[in-house]
Design a protein. Sequence first.
Lengths: 445, 213
Amino acid sequence: MTTFDPYAPSRDTTEGKVFSVTGGDWDALTQEIGAAKEERVVVNMGPQHPSTHGVLRLVLELEGETVTEARCGIGYLHTGIEKNMEYRSWTQGTTFVTRMDYLSPLHNETAYCLAVEKLLGITNDVPERATVIRVMMMELNRISSHMVALGTGALELGAMGPMFFAFRDRETVLEIFEMITGLRMNMAYVRPGGVAQDLPDGALTKIREGVKLMRKNFKDNATLLIGNSIWMKRTQGIGYLDLAGCTTLGITGPVLRATGMPWDLRKLQPYCGYENYNFDVVTADTCDVYGRFLIRMNELEQSLRIIEQCADKLEKLEGAPVMVADKKIAWPAQLALGGDGLGNSLDHIRQIMGTSMESLIHHFKLVTEGFHVPAGQAYVAIESPRGELGASVVSDGGTKPYRVHFREPSFNNLQSTAAMSEGGMVADIIGAVASIDPVMGGVDR
Amino acid sequence: MSIDKQADGMFGAKGTGDTSGYGGLVRQAANFGSSERPYGSYFDEVADDLERAYPEFSDAIERVVVDRGELTLHVKREKLVEVAFILRDKLKFEMCMGVNGVHYPEQTGRELHAVYPLLSMSKNQRIRLEVSVPDADAHIPSVVEVWAGNNWHERETYDMFGIIFDGHPGLTRILMPDDWEGHPQRKDYSLGGIAIEYKGATTPPPSERRSYK
């Protein structure tokens, strides 16, 4: 036994002698390890690491540069969203779910609202204009989410340029979001029964300009990466997961479509009227990081196509309602932008305070108490940018959710890290994890 | 699913004055029994196929509930893995979209429910399995050997509800810290939080506020 080394203390375990290396002078350590026959290195990558997509902790067992075991440590971003929702009204729930997967807030909101509407039995009463706005917002959100996946994925593999292009294009989408909802993310815009408010003047013009601009801009990243020999070497054949692996691990989204399986809920189990839009399901047959990258690149164009069709539909539906007609569910006031921010419209306040006692009571009851949702449970699945996002919602007939659970695609898909990276090089684990595109806010909820 | 809870009064929080005048209101409990045939949609076909493929159907499946266009099979926990294998191999439910728990403290003897949404990609169908167990004996056999992707989902359900999935390869906490006490999503686990004081007025934490049920 050598003298105690504060930077590399050792202890005897059932697996042999274990050294915990923390830093400093490793001379004593290397001398002592030199005598040992076996050398296994366990490295903690993350939770504070620039390449792990947020607070993901990877516990890697290495032999040289080969990964022999990879395990994920998660939970660093657990905020108890599902528990908190049980103490708020059904409408307030959207404010929570929007914060789960912070890169696709509108998908979270829509999945939750579709489930609540299913429990209420008003799925077919949601106005068409509200549904078309939801679809348009979701597809814009898919673009901004894929932009982060592409930009950060490339950055993590050492490519700086794509990140700049991706975030420039994402900005176009976020500006549209800000104009329509007032916020760039976490907007709580989709509400049970419809959406919070109608599109402002000039929104469609801005969207059409944005689509035109993005279609031109997307070519920058395509020319930079597709066919780029360094990019191909870092992504082709890396993070292999075939259809059988995806099925048994419950993997959906671009990872599943990269096995050649054209599984897209928008086509196969349409919701929000997706059957009325023309778009293609993008697939690849390489089962690797490159295939998933190509799918995301090509899905951008499909989303643009859907957004254009939405804009055409919205033009025809100008002035139509965006909230369900049932006044027992619909938010009592149309929101309006005033001198002190977004709030109840002054017309509405004038009416309830000055002219109609009944309206005042109704407003007060609906805002403080909320509405009752008939007892039962519902599961609604939608195609989020990362795969199947399922909302399991249980009501006991009260004004608050009894239990809400989200089947988060990031949470599920992250399980494939081991299957994708064990036996490969430690540098390739970065590409594999980036191709899953996990968002830790969604994983941990 | 059934909600056996009977609601009294209008407000959830105890100890604060209910000044609404509706304190005596009682909302009757809703209870869903087994659904009658025909179930509609592809649900009859699924039930028929399962009955043919699995002779012990009537013994293993306690109830068949069709509600809001969704089929739920309530399975006895002893038979869960058998049923799961048959659903996967014979009825082509290749994917299990996880498991989530629900805690019904009022349902004595079956307080904890585990809900499994299943997906068949080849037939484009969805069904749901539900298993209920007593709080005192919260054990459910693990289906990780059937659908490996349920690994993390079962860990989460254990973490949040304390349901022990027997046969799971490594049932540890996943979201909460390893040394955490209690299972946060259970109804007897308080939301917590502290009162906020602002300009002399105090706002209690959300779980203690007077609120509507």
